[in-house]
Design a protein around this ligand. Structure first.
Ligand SMILES: [Zn+2]
Ligand SMILES: [Zn+2]
Length: 217
């Protein structure tokens, strides 16, 4: 904390975080998707390892010492989301995702999935928390066509693309990951079919499609 000049573990809020294991303070992680938007509550967290100093560029582009606090989320604690705010964040992330080039999208998706937090909470991804980059990746890769029946999506959306649903081959509820290689884009009929019949031939077909990278198409 502190945008300019050296930071110290013993100053103000940094001290509070440094001592958080002994001072009885509860840490909460907030995230903000846009500088003008308010912070939204993410989760209760705790220090995962001792804080350390790292050199980074400050707001004036001068190298300065930065206090790094390795945090981990306290899993299992009920999170009360303001759904309107969350919905807003999802729409915002969707808009950002749509504007990215294929290369940027692939890189962001990869980066997002290599963060330890993601792996740890991977099984708990709910309908609300599904990664918009993964969804955008799957839709873009499908190029408007259902990846099972190969027909075009049933109707055109306002943005000009055809409606398809993103399906997780190994369901999130069964421990599947919210990553590009576990998702495909399906028309609503095929989506129902795959969930009701759970046909191994269809699953195998889709698994091959899910392994194709965006740039390979
Ligand atoms: Zn279909
Ligand atoms: Zn599905």
């Amino acid at each position: 904390m502190g945008a300019i000049g050296p930071q110290s573990f013993y100053f103000a809020q940094n001290k509070t975080v440094t001592d958080s294991q002994t001072n009885g303070i509860t840490l909460y992680l907030f995230e903000r998707f846009d500088n003008k938007k308010p912070y939204s509550f993410h989760s209760e967290c705790e220090l995962a390892a001792p804080p350390y100093i790292n050199q980074q560029l400050d707001a004036n582009k001068n190298p300065h010492d930065v206090c790094i606090f390795p945090l981990r989320l306290k899993i299992g604690i009920p999170i009360t989301f303001d759904e309107t705010e969350l919905e807003h964040n999802i729409i915002l992330k969707q808009k950002i995702a749509r504007k990215l080039t294929d290369k940027q999208l692939s890189e962001l998706e990869k980066k997002n999935n290599s963060t330890p937090e993601k792996k740890k909470t991977g099984k708990q991804v709910s309908a609300y928390k599904r990664d918009q980059f993964v969804i955008e990746y799957a839709l873009r890769r499908a190029k408007d066509n259902c990846q099972l029946c190969l027909e075009r999506g049933p109707f055109k959306k306002k943005d000009g693309s055809y409606f398809l649903e993103v399906h997780h081959i190994i369901w999130l509820s069964k421990g599947g990951t919210d990553t590009w290689d576990n998702v495909v884009a399906l028309c609503p009929n095929c989506h129902r079919k795959i969930h009701i019949l759970i046909d191994i031939k269809d699953i195998n077909k889709l698994t091959i499609k899910a392994k194709q990278k965006l740039s390979n198409n």
